[in-house]
Design a protein around this ligand. Structure first.
Ligand code: IPE
Ligand code: IPE
Ligand code: MG
Length: 257
């Protein structure tokens, strides 16, 4: 369950803060290994960290939070671990959906559905349907997600539309491809956080993160808390985003002096 809001938190969005944060939740296995526990225990504790992160995102006034929960490459793990991860997502939705809905959270799932079990697909649909009209935080769950397969899928849709005469191939632009990604309608992430000390994207939002800022935290995901979230946002606040342009005038003056 989401814990009640703590008084020290504010709900007002920071105008200089990120609109959309993506999190690569990594290090559950190593967290467990360091405690001589089975990897599943790390994943269970990881779900608690997800609840904390959602609570923090609401309290910090974020509009979008995307959490990377299962990648298209994670099928290569032992069958028992894959099955544990599927089970944890089911349990998370069953236990937390009502609470998320009460907190005005809109749930969106990105990733392939067709190779998931029928009961999991039904739960994912239920989560999206129930919360479709909510206007608070949008929680995007990247499950069975891989950015390359997402881009391939979008390219296939463009090709089919062009072949059917619905689209002029010469007019294909970034917006046309972006509209066919799973994230259509969701702004690009401003900040991507990865825990566990690894510094790579592992096939997460390759298209959308073109100009994201990156914060790599040494802690493992089960230890992620509100203070860690705040420290990542503080690092983000110190960055200067240029989007290929030149530095802002104030920064030029500073670097020249
Ligand atoms: C992240 O933790 C959870 C998933 C990728 C599903 P890991 O399971 O990758 O943990 P490490 O990286 O092996 O420690
Ligand atoms: C990335 O973590 C995927 C998720 C967090 C769901 P991995 O643990 O699968 O990534 P690699 O294998 O270390 O790159
Ligand atoms: Mg990992």
């Amino acid at each position: 369950m989401l814990t009640p809001s703590n008084e020290q938190f504010t709900n007002a969005p920071d105008p200089c803060g990120p609109t959309h944060v993506g999190i690569i939740m990594d290090g559950n296995g190593r967290w467990a290994q360091a405690r001589s526990l089975p990897r599943i225990e790390g994943h269970r504790r990881g779900v608690e960290a997800v609840r904390r992160a959602v609570r923090s995102a609401i309290d910090l006034g974020l509009r979008y939070l995307t959490i990377y929960s299962f990648s298209s490459e994670n099928w290569s793990r032992p069958a028992a671990e894959v099955s544990d991860l599927m089970g944890l997502l089911k349990r998370f939705i069953r236990n937390d959906l009502a609470d998320l809905h009460r907190n005005n959270v809109q749930v969106r799932i990105i990733g392939l559905r067709r190779n998931l079990s029928a009961d999991l697909r039904a739960l994912l649909n239920e989560a999206e349907e129930l919360t479709r009209g909510n206007s608070g935080l949008t929680l995007v769950v990247a499950f069975n997600y891989g950015a390359r397969q997402e881009i391939v899928e979008a390219a296939r849709k463009l090709a089919l539309d062009a072949a059917a005469g619905r689209l002029d191939a010469a007019a294909i632009d970034e917006a046309a491809l972006g509209a066919r990604l799973d994230t259509a309608g969701i702004p690009d992430p401003d900040l991507v956080i990865r825990t566990s000390g690894e510094q790579r994207l592992s096939n997460f939002l390759l298209w959308q993160a073109a100009y994201a800022e990156f914060v790599f935290l040494p802690m493992h995901w089960p230890d992620f808390d509100h203070a860690a979230f705040q420290s990542a946002l503080a690092q983000y606040a110190g960055r200067e985003r240029r989007f290929g342009g030149t530095a802002a005038p104030a920064a030029i003056v500073k670097s020249a002096s």
